[in-house]
Design a protein around this ligand. Structure first.
Ligand SMILES: [Zn+2]
Length: 190
């Protein structure tokens, strides 16, 4: 074998890499690090359970429902259903649905156009501009002058709050009539 400068540097580089590798493994798989990782896992599970329980209690309280169960309409975006890239780019995930599913009924709802539709007149909403002229992506404004919210001076609402009401309407109507409501029907738009 011909030894030149490059093979020598490569050899030393590999040797130093090997030495560092064992050091890193010692650090990341030390008893303390493993214990810390395990504790974080257990505590995050506990925190998620508490978040879901408080959400259920809040909804049960606010709805003044006397029934022993609540139906959750959860939007289907971010669950990666029908995704071509399996498991990747899956935002949100299914953990909240699984946690609620242990104690309540979960109805997965198609959230098509729920953030684009006014819940009072089913018209199109826009993202309003602020005083500087920048688009405010966190709120929805109904532009229909005959809409009841427009006439009452309440045309601008929070985007997520309105979308959650729209998901509840879409899910409830789908459960009762077994059909998708027209404003939320993807086949009418695409
Ligand atoms: Zn409206």
């Amino acid at each position: 074998m011909k030894i030149n400068f490059f093979t020598l540097t490569q050899f030393f580089f590999q040797q130093s890499k090997k030495a560092e590798r064992s050091l890193l493994r010692q650090f990341y798989w030390s008893a303390r690090a493993v214990k810390q990782k395990r504790t974080a896992e257990l505590f995050s599970r506990k925190a998620k359970d508490r978040i879901a329980a408080s959400e259920r209690a809040y909804i049960q309280d606010q709805s003044q429902c006397k029934l022993p169960f609540v139906v959750f309409c959860i939007g289907n975006a971010g669950m990666g259903i029908g995704s071509q890239i399996k498991g990747f780019n899956r935002r949100g995930g299914r953990w909240i649905q699984k946690l609620h599913g242990r104690y309540a009924i979960v109805a997965i709802t198609n959230e098509f156009r729920t953030s684009q539709t006014c819940v009072f007149c089913y018209g199109q909403v826009i993202r309003p501009l602020n005083s500087v002229g920048k688009k405010n992506n966190g709120s929805s404004r109904c532009m229909n002058p005959k809409c009841i919210s427009f006439m009452q001076g309440r045309a601008i609402r929070g985007r997520d709050a309105q979308a959650s009401v729209a998901i509840a309407i879409a899910g409830t109507s789908a459960l009762i009539t077994k059909k998708t409501m027209e404003p939320f029907n993807p086949s009418l738009y695409t």
